[in-house]
Design a protein around this ligand. Structure first.
Ligand SMILES: CC(C)(COP(=O)(O)OP(=O)(O)OC[C@H]1O[C@@H](n2cnc3c(N)ncnc32)[C@H](O)[C@@H]1OP(=O)(O)O)[C@@H](O)C(=O)NCCC(=O)NCCS
Ligand SMILES: Nc1ncnc2c1ncn2[C@@H]1O[C@H](COP(=O)(O)OP(=O)(O)O)[C@@H](O)[C@H]1O
Length: 194
């Protein structure tokens, strides 16, 4: 079964594009959501995160304290790299397990980071979703009102540029709101099924 990555900077529209593929019956592994689930439910990962970031990484009820972790890593590249090094191998293993359970012409793996971060899930191709930076920031202000302007900027600064991301692309979905999205997804789905 073909494994296709879907990536893009924050606010590009990865989730929206993946929702459209889901409507076409394509299974989607949501790496960022799954990573958060694993930080909560994988005891080995949990203790490693506490060793790295301290006990405040989890709240009193034992839930992953995302706003604390975000404040610790998004403005500190070394700490983010250390967190990635803990989380990513668990996500790769979890992806493999998930793929084995699917039955479809192809599956998608949605992730903010891909290949540049050493994707080990042997992707057959990568779809990059793009949108102008100003539009992405506007979307994130609306979608994530809890994030300050500085946090949004810090997240963008931690990610590769769209230009670098396009180097990874086998397919591009232009979600800059000047081209219709659904026809682009239908066209890609046709290509990926064949
Ligand atoms: C730091 C963290 C606690 C923040 O949680 P949060 O406030 O709920 O924020 P999100 O997880 O929604 O991440 C916000 C944005 O940061 C970006 N991001 C997430 N993890 C990132 C990372 N490791 N490096 C660079 N950017 C990252 C993404 O663009 C994401 O937005 P998007 O999914 O809409 O593109 C959480 O992202 C985390 O644990 N990240 C590290 C684990 C990881 O690498 N996740 C990706 C799994 S492959
Ligand atoms: N083409 C579009 N038209 C209108 N809103 C959009 C479009 N694409 C994405 N959005 C909105 O922008 C926000 C960011 O999109 P999302 O898919 O969550 O991005 P990502 O997963 O890449 O961070 C969401 O609130 C989404 O509903």
């Amino acid at each position: 079964m073909k494994k296709i990555g879907v990536t893009g900077g924050i606010g590009a529209g990865k989730s929206v594009v993946c929702q459209l593929f889901k409507l076409l019956g394509i299974p989607v592994y949501e790496a960022d959501e799954r990573a958060k689930w694993l930080t909560q439910h994988d005891p080995i990962l949990k203790s490693a995160i506490i060793r790295l970031l301290g006990k405040d990484a989890y709240d009193v009820a034992g839930r992953y304290n995302r706003s604390f972790v975000a404040s610790q890593v998004f403005n500190n590249p070394d700490r983010l790299a250390a967190l990635n090094a803990l989380v990513h191998p668990r996500v790769f293993a979890d992806t493999d397990r998930w793929v084995r359970q699917q039955s479809a012409p192809y599956v998608l793996k949605e992730a903010a980071l891909m290949r540049a971060a050493g994707d080990q899930n042997d992707l057959d191709a990568v779809i990059v979703v793009t949108a102008p930076l100003s539009l992405r920031v506007e979307r994130i202000r609306e979608r994530d009102p809890q994030r300050s302007e500085a946090e949004i900027r810090a997240i963008i600064d931690r990610q590769i540029t769209d230009e670098a991301r396009l180097q990874l692309a086998d397919y591009v979905v232009d979600n800059g709101e000047t081209r219709l999205l659904i026809p682009q997804v239908l066209d890609l789905d046709r290509q990926l099924r064949s």
